[in-house]
Design a protein around this ligand. Sequence first.
Ligand code: DAH
Length: 359
Amino acid sequence: MKTKKTKVKATRSLYDLKSAITELKQKFDAESKTDIENLQNRYLGKKGLINDLMKGLKDVPKEMRPVAGQLLNELKANLEHQLTLLGNGATEETADKIDLTIPGLKPKVGHMHPISQAMEEITHIFEKIGFTRVRYPEVDWDYYVFESLNMPPNHPARDEWETFFVDVPKHKQMGKMVLTTHTTNGQVREMERLKSKPPIRMINIGRCYRRQQDVTHTQMFHQFDGLVIDRGIHIQHLKGTLDYFAEQFYGPGTKSRIRPFHFKFTEPSFEVDFSCHICHGTGKKGRGKCKFCKSGWHEVGGAGMVHPNVLKAGGIDPDEYTGFAFGWGVERTYTLKEGLNIDDIRLIYSGDLKFLEQF
Ligand code: DAH
């Protein structure tokens, strides 16, 4: 009988304790919204409410005490945890849930150098009409840079290419070693790679070097060279390709213009201009002149029909095949497109992030 009574009493006590805990939690929740400062003392302090409940443990029958003690410890830990959260300005809700609507923190990522971006774009434009991108050595033999391109040793035309010579012994047939001055060095190499068998449609983009350094020149720069060789290739194919590039790179309506010029590796040779995409080739802006081009056109590079001697150097019969070629600088092509009046082109390679992050 005694046992039974105790059991009933014990169940009631545990029940009472649980409802006391629930009540205390509700009280705590309500107060935590208004009176954060004193919560620590009132609930967890020596004379706090939790200790009061702890003291009541002695009324709980022995066999139930471990459970009752555990409940109170959990309560204590829980309130301590909530107080820490409140101290950090968080609530139980915000701490336990991930709010997917909060804008994320963007990691700082870099991007490709503007000239690399331009090279990718140029490659893509020519690949669409069947050109294959190739790369040839930056450090090359005189033969590929000059001699095979119809510029024999000591020819005055070589003077234009202010060449860096590499201090290594001369090769018997290939001559001196140089830092290539133009991507035209890839033309005879490409004919050799394809075993002198047209059709050839290459776009060679790479680094070039010249002994020049001022606000419009850097010693290292980039060029791209196009070469097409097949039966029946004529100037209209060249002009069509230039117009295609102009529209693709600078936008619809941009036109190309070719003017007679002289290169040793093409005959006839031309200089290539593109119509200004700001004034659309008129040279006028409002009542005045277009400040960007002044004449309606921008000169960008050279082109022409491949000289028979160059075809011969590549093992191709000039009586059977003809070809056109063109080439110019990536930096100039790109800065024209962006309408960048960069007063010092060396900035592009200065590694200055403030400048580069604009692109
Ligand atoms: N290599 C010339 C230069 O650096 C540009 C050039 C002109 C390339 C005519 C060509 C070409 O392929 O046909 O100025």
